[in-house]
Design a protein around this ligand. Structure first.
Ligand code: AMP
Length: 418
């Protein structure tokens, strides 16, 4: 250990050093600017290092990626076998790529290598990386199965398996692939599962894949965990035909420095994207029908500030870590309640504050009611300048049984005519 490492261990990394991580990892943490563990890291890492299985329920942006990567890197660096010893399964290509990037940063002082295996990208390049010898494989279940069937990936030496965003993997219908992959790994493996919710399907696969897991919950978990308190969430009542104008008006507010606008369908994302570009907003669209190249270009452009607004379907709602998103705007409410939580979790990352604004038409009131009941809160109603010339009655306030949060009872509000 060099002098800088020693100082770090003695000083600002004291709290990470209590896990007895190898110096190479502590050094990478310091360079990454992680000075102390986030709550999920504090709760999970010691158990994982001790070899326990883990079932973690965490809010978005909680630092869960490092919570599973740090013990994996530490373990494989101590006993470098040169074989494929860990797999990490994620629901989307973007999330897999993001985990791969975090791995590069945290494992930079070790000789460990990771291969990211996802659809939509050259099989050849992925094979090349695999042949060069990766100890960690990060991927989406579909492409991984392709590799297993071709015999280009063998899972006989897997010691650790991570199932990230398990609820989303199940929503996307990946259970058969998940089973097939897990059954190809040795039974004595260590397994970690992360999920934003503890829906019954998630509990079922936890029983199937995990052995006597340690349960870690961050942020008070119900069936669906509520978004962090640092996000100010409001509802703007609007008619369907006024949504576009209202969106432009909101995006023109000076405080909207960087926003993700969510729509229900790809087609609507394209249309909203065009509307914004027409309206002089620097916007780009991302959804599942775009090529991987287009998706990467959109994300990178948004990350780098070339675009101020990213218009997205739910493909971009989960797991993506884009710092400094000031606003999430639900142009359409999501049809699946839990996607509300994932969408709004794209702002206010790592303790920063942010705003989530949902444009809600009378037709979407039932969806809104479901979301509010699930979260156990009534979201604040707000009118938008220029759209408040007529008064309408608000949706009925919901009954809340399980929340200690302040409830804002909407009685009357101002909004456009229907
Ligand atoms: P995740 O929930 O894994 O997507 O992480 C959310 C964000 O937290 C990412 O930007 C990470 O780089 C950051 N992060 C993770 N762990 C820490 C830590 N201990 N200190 C500061 N930032 C962290």
């Amino acid at each position: 250990m060099d002098e800088a490492d020693a100082a770090a261990v003695a000083g600002d990394l004291l709290s990470f050093s209590r896990f007895d991580l190898v110096p190479e990892v502590l050094r990478a943490l310091r360079e990454r600017g992680y000075h102390e563990p986030t709550p999920i890291q504090a709760d999970a890492i010691a158990h994982v290092i001790a070899g326990r299985d883990l079932m973690a329920t965490a809010q978005t942006g909680s630092g869960k990626t490092a919570a599973f990567l740090l013990p994996i890197i530490d373990r494989l660096h101590r006993r470098h076998t040169g074989r494929l010893n860990a797999i990490i399964l994620a629901p989307t290509r973007e999330l897999a790529a993001q985990i791969g990037e975090e791995f590069q940063l945290l494992a930079r002082h070790t000789k460990l290598k990771a291969a990211v295996v996802v659809g939509g990208m050259s099989m050849e390049r992925q094979l090349h990386k695999l042949r060069k010898g990766a100890q960690v494989l990060i991927g989406c279940p579909g492409r991984l199965i392709d590799h297993i069937e071709r015999g280009t990936v063998r899972l006989d030496d897997i010691e650790v398996a991570v199932i990230d965003e398990a609820d989303r993997l199940l929503d996307m219908g990946f259970l058969p692939q998940l089973r097939c992959i897990m059954h190809k790994t040795p039974r004595h493996r260590q397994t970690m599962m992360f999920s934003a919710t503890m829906a019954s399907a998630v509990q079922r696969i936890a029983r199937e894949f995990l052995k006597d897991p340690v349960r870690v919950e961050v942020g008070g978990v119900s069936e669906i965990s509520a978004p962090p308190e640092t996000i100010r969430q409001v509802i703007c009542p609007v008619t369907a035909e006024n949504k576009g104008r209202m969106l432009l008006q909101i995006l023109n507010r000076p405080e909207v420095t960087s926003a993700i606008v969510f729509t229900r369908t790809r087609d609507r994302a394209d249309r909203v994207g065009k509307l914004l570009v027409h309206g002089g907003v620097k916007a780009i669209v991302i959804h599942g029908e775009r090529t991987q190249g287009q998706r990467n270009a959109a994300l990178n452009g948004f990350r780098n500030g070339i675009y101020r607004v990213l218009v997205a379907t739910d493909v971009a709602a989960r797991g993506l870590d884009i710092p400094d998103v000031s606003h999430v705007i639900n142009y359409d409410l999501p049809e699946e309640r839990e996607n509300y939580v994932h969408r709004v979790g794209r702002t206010a990352r790592m303790g920063k504050s942010g705003q989530a604004i949902s444009l809600v038409t009378p037709q979407e009131r039932a969806l809104l009611g479901q979301i509010e009941r699930t979260l156990g809160i009534t979201l604040e109603r707000e009118s938008v300048e220029g759209f408040d010339h007529l008064e309408i009655s608000a949706p009925k306030p919901i009954k809340v049984f399980s929340s200690s949060r302040m409830r804002i009872r909407p009685s009357r509000m101002r909004a456009p005519a229907f």
